[in-house]
Design a protein around this ligand. Sequence first.
Ligand SMILES: Nc1ncnc2c1ncn2[C@@H]1O[C@H](COP(=O)(O)OP(=O)(O)O)[C@@H](O)[C@H]1O
Ligand SMILES: C[C@@](O)(CCOP(=O)(O)OP(=O)(O)O)CC(=O)O
Length: 458
Amino acid sequence: MSQAFSAPGKALLAGGYLVLDPSYNSYVTALSSRMHVVLRLGQERSDGLSSIKVLSPQFHNGEWEYITTSKEDLLSVKEVNDRVNPFLIATVNTVLAYIQPSTKYNVQLNIYSDPGYHSQENTTPKLSINGKRSFLCHTQAIHEVAKTGLGSSAGLVSVVTAALISYFGKGKELDKNVVHNVAQIAHCYAQKKIGSGFDVAAAVYGSIIYRRFQPKIIEDLLQHPVFSATGDEKLQKEYSSALRKVVDSDWDFNHTPCTLPPHIRLLMGDIQGGSETPKLVSKILQWKKEKPEQSSALYKDLNAANESLITALDELHKLYKEKHDVYSKGIKFFSDQSIDNLTKEVIPDFTAFYDLISSIKSIRLNLRKLTEYSGASVEPKEQTALLDDCITLKGCFGGVVPGAGGYDAICLLMVDDSIGKFVQASKSDSRFEKVTWLNLHEEKNGIIVEDVRHYLGL
Ligand SMILES: Nc1ncnc2c1ncn2[C@@H]1O[C@H](COP(=O)(O)OP(=O)(O)O)[C@@H](O)[C@H]1O
Ligand SMILES: C[C@@](O)(CCOP(=O)(O)OP(=O)(O)O)CC(=O)O
């Protein structure tokens, strides 16, 4: 029996930092760069132990094996050959503790990541037998390859969780909420911190308006004494029942499906400027602690701007449905227009388009205030200049620094038919010489079942 699944990457278009607080909504776009897993029965071990073997053939030394240390002790998982992958062992541990398999298992998982997740330098493509899948092979180990911040670990944890839960569920229909909850716990354990979880939520559910779960739901689990006393069966059973109770409880968070309006597409630019999200987050949290009044006022304004983007996108969906011809005229108008030199005359029918443009401007204005007040380079001046340059070209509604911001990426909202000319024009414009436009788009679905035949020969 073989099964295949995939999960999308992510771009946090609105809600960076605020999404750490369960009071605020964020807007996450799931991306066409996907993380794939193929699960098949593995080889039985001569010692009769259960095992989960994970292969990542795209990367040097991309092989990890997890075995239970004894026939009785189902939950003490050991990494074989000492190759460490914190996200994989956390996922294996969490799934096994949740499932508590009663019979022996030997499973092999092959992981494949689409090109957008990592730098494509020094790679060679490998095609599957039926040509449906092509992945880039790297000469380095996974932890040595530069990332593009599309959420590879979140995609990995989510898709491995889905595959293992499906396997142990013996084909029972996958409950995405169980996959989400188990994957969040595993991802937080691997990261040794409880982030907002927007990346795991997007990997499981796809493009969403996301309000985070309360961290306290999983805090005790991550501190459970079982982690400091491996092999203690009584503690393992206690942990497993506590885990099951948490996973099966109502997490009371928001993951409303959303998608960009028709003919409006995301264009991501990779700047390779490198940013340390944890350092940016700690700087912002420090400022919040030191300047409670200033920060709460700015968070209020930033949240209003984020919500105005969500509303503007929703209004554009309504315009498309209710006045399709007006919507089409608006798309045509903006495809041949740079918003940097919009005439003052406002075309009344295009209000929803103008609202989108002004919501992006409002988010950026408040992110620059966040940068100034906190000292964290959320929208540093180099990114301000680049985003301002982008709106001088036709077909661009504006753009933001996604997620935590910093120097490594920009996300533009574009008229789809204008992207080709926009990218072409940027190639001969020195203002964009540091930008690599990523060949990806919104793919709003979260975890999906894939056809295993597409991976044969990889
Ligand atoms: N294809 C893969 N195979 C195995 N492990 C992977 C793969 N992709 C990502 N990982 C794991 O996720 C880690 C990267 O996670 P992280 O630093 O959080 O980056 P990101 O922001 O892309 O999630 C890698 O070092 C590796 O441990
Ligand atoms: C700051 C944040 O709210 C958003 C960070 O978004 P990014 O997409 O920048 O994160 P990385 O995956 O580290 O690149 C932290 C959080 O929500 O956990």
